[in-house]
Design a protein around this ligand. Structure first.
Ligand code: 6R9
Length: 649
């Protein structure tokens, strides 16, 4: 990727200062940057003190076997104690930890005292099933409180959890169970999605035909569907867990004890089991949740809409918020059930003050129309977050105006399963925000943009995003495959972690993410970022969502093909609009970025965490057979898209 080709194609001049009130009482001020860069390790040692340690660490970082890191290695702690018990001991037992909202409209509120009892019972149940420290437990559950309880129960006894998306197939679950060599699976009969019970247990039954290492299956009853039960193997959660004692004394584990494995799909090959450990991970999850969302645990109601099967659910539903004693909402279902205002109804009902969601959701809400959120009282909101993909400036501005009432700061948070916690983001009381930019590495984090030869690019230029110093919540390895850890993350640029994302620095040195480098297009010798062309398209009033890919082209090497979803309000949907969109991109970014083809579709292929799978669109654009669709949220989408297209050109 050459420097000039990624340089400032898109000009975004809008700026938003932090609200004065928030700035005056923010958890973290601008002074944190200087304090942390003065002595990064001392900064993290101080952040580690937010946690309760059984043995306080005296070492901060051991980097002697770089890039294999050890953080706080001589300390010991219990992660579940930090997330639950200590809040009860501090007198906050009556505070609500979780407001659970089921999709059918059922729900319950669980206090920290109740959560402590439930986690203790579940920990005792795991022990009764023969699970112990160091064993792996696979969790395949819908978005229900038992998912949180199951993860914390594992953490409490030192078992390592591996959560698998409830939407994944039996094949995907089987390969993950085998790779982690899990002994126990925790699942449910099913969960509610789009008004219907969707089954989970049959996928486990099928997967386990290939997983002889699994001894027991613990099954939560959620939907009441009929399920097959294997005698001697399967046991109901409500029968086993409910009969356990609510007393369980937490034992401290080493800071580097494996807390969880989480598989990233990757584009090719076998999924990678990303390994996270305890003390460093929890330190950074807790610190970033405190700093980036400005959480005030006594008054805020926090809601992260991610699925527990995604890293965002791990760090910003379970570990970060609970370590900080937050009150949060957990919602089981989809945003359009039973109506397209469900999210806003939930914000109004619980008085949500901090909302963390994904650009894909925001663009969907834009498509549904401004009038839907306008029907609800969203005045409780004070901080808005975004994660998962670059957020297009128009979607950012829409989020600010229509959800945030033009008063809430937006934090666009860049991070990865591998980084464990947020790395680059504005701070809501400090940063003057720019729509579409994640802006600046957080205090204690070192990131930059380099060119092909690993040289740091000057302001105004683009290249590859790298992390230049180790951080507490970094992955420790790829489970069972140290070589793959080295090859994937540490071999492209010596001594630097390569994130796989393209990025540019603007004139102020702020970072703009440009999408995965695998997705960058090469048109007549120019590198063009998918993100920038998509943002230009979403900047047109008729467009709600866009995905662009480079398709092989005899003349230009690759040609830009754009798939667009129109807003509900768009009236013209024909040839004239397509021409207008091409011209609009040409005007915004320059003629080189003009899509050769623009195809209007109703759906885009996305993973369950909301990322567009451009690889599949490339298959369509190049008239190839569609590749592996197993990680799609809805695998029928590709058929729909193909049926909608004009016969291949
Ligand atoms: C947390 C999460 C990681 C990849 C990452 C990047 C993209 C995430 C982003 C973003 C631009 C943001 N990504 N947040 N791109 N701006 N704010 O999403 O983890 O599922 O492992 O994905 O997501 O491409 O490399 P994960």
């Amino acid at each position: 990727m050459s420097n000039e080709s990624l340089a400032n194609l898109l000009r975004e001049e809008r700026r938003f200062a932090p609200p004065a009130g928030l700035a005056a009482s923010a958890n973290v001020s601008g002074a944190a940057y200087a304090a942390a860069s003065g002595d990064r390790l001392a900064f993290w040692a101080e952040q580690a003190r937010r946690l309760s340690w059984a043995v306080e660490p005296t070492e901060t970082l051991d980097w002697s076997r770089a890039p294999f890191a050890r953080w706080f290695a001589d300390g010991t702690l219990n992660v579940a104690y930090n997330c639950v018990d200590r809040h009860v001991e501090a007198g906050h037992g009556e505070r609500v930890a979780i407001h659970f909202e089921g999709e059918p409209g059922d729900g319950r509120s669980i206090t920290y005292a109740e959560l402590k009892d439930e986690v203790s019972r579940a920990a005792n149940a795991l022990l009764a099933l023969g699970v112990g420290k160091g064993d792996r437990v696979a969790v395949y559950l819908p978005m229900i409180p038992e998912a949180v309880v199951a993860m914390l129960a594992c953490a409490r006894i030192g078992a390592t959890h591996s959560v698998v998306f409830g939407g994944f197939s039996a094949d995907a679950v089987a390969s993950r169970i085998q790779d982690a060599d899990a002994k126990l699976v925790i699942t449910a009969d099913g969960g509610w999605r789009r008004g219907k019970p969707s089954a989970l247990k049959p996928a486990i039954d099928e997967a386990l035909e290939r997983c002889p290492g699994v001894e027991r299956v613990l099954v939560v009853r959620r939907t009441g569907q009929d399920v097959a039960f294997t005698e001697g193997r399967d046991v109901w959660w409500h029968e086993l867990v409910e009969q356990q004692s609510a007393e369980h004394a937490p034992v401290a584990h080493e800071a580097e004890h494996p807390l969880f494995i989480l598989y990233t799909s990757g584009t090719t090959g076998k999924p990678k089991g990303i390994l996270h450990t305890s003390g460093g991970y929890l330190t950074q999850a807790a610190y970033t949740h405190h700093a980036v969302f400005d959480l005030k645990p006594e008054t805020d109601v926090y809601w992260c809409t991610a699925d527990i099967g995604w890293v965002t659910g791990h760090s910003y539903i379970v570990y970060g918020p609970l370590a900080n004693g937050a009150t949060q909402v957990i919602y089981e279902g989809t945003p359009d059930t039973p109506h397209q205002g469900r999210f806003w109804e939930i914000v109004q009902k619980y008085g949500v003050s901090i909302l963390y969601t994904a650009p894909t959701a925001i663009r969907t809400f834009m498509k549904w129309g401004d009038d839907i959120p306008a029907k609800f009282d969203l005045s409780s909101l004070r901080v808005l977050g975004s994660v998962g993909e670059p957020i297009n400036p128009e979607a950012w501005v829409w989020y600010r105006e229509h959800i945030g009432g033009s008063r809430c700061p937006i934090v666009d948070t860049w991070w990865q399963t591998e980084t464990g916690a947020i790395m680059i983001s504005p701070l809501p009381g400090v940063t003057e925000t720019k729509p579409g930019s994640a802006q600046r590495p957080l205090p204690g984090i070192a990131a930059t943009v380099v060119d092909d030869e690993a040289r740091e690019v000057p302001n105004g230029a683009g290249g590859y995003l790298v992390l230049t110093e180790p951080w507490p919540s970094m992955l420790r390895t790829v489970w069972g495959d140290d070589q793959r850890y080295l090859d994937t993350y540490w071999s492209r640029f010596e001594g630097r972690y390569f994130a796989g994302d393209g990025a540019k620095k603007d004139e102020d040195g702020d970072i703009w993410l440009l999408g995965r480098v695998d997705d960058v297009m090469l048109v007549s010798g120019h590198n063009i970022s998918t993100t920038e062309v998509e943002s230009a398209l979403v900047g047109h009033p008729a467009v709600a969502e866009a995905a662009v890919v480079g398709a092989a082209d005899a003349t230009t090497g690759q040609a830009i093909v754009a798939f667009v979803i129109l807003r509900g309000t768009a009236t013209d949907r024909g040839e004239a609009l397509v021409e207008d969109l091409r011209a609009h991109v040409g005007r915004t970014l320059g003629p080189i970025a003009k899509p050769k083809r623009v195809l209007v579709v109703n759906e885009l292929p996305k993973t369950r965490s909301g990322k567009i799978m451009r690889r599949l669109l490339r298959d369509v654009a190049e008239n190839r057979e569609i590749g592996d669709v197993t990680t799609l949220a809805d695998s029928s989408v590709m058929n729909l898209i193909q049926a909608q297209l004009p016969s291949a050109s």
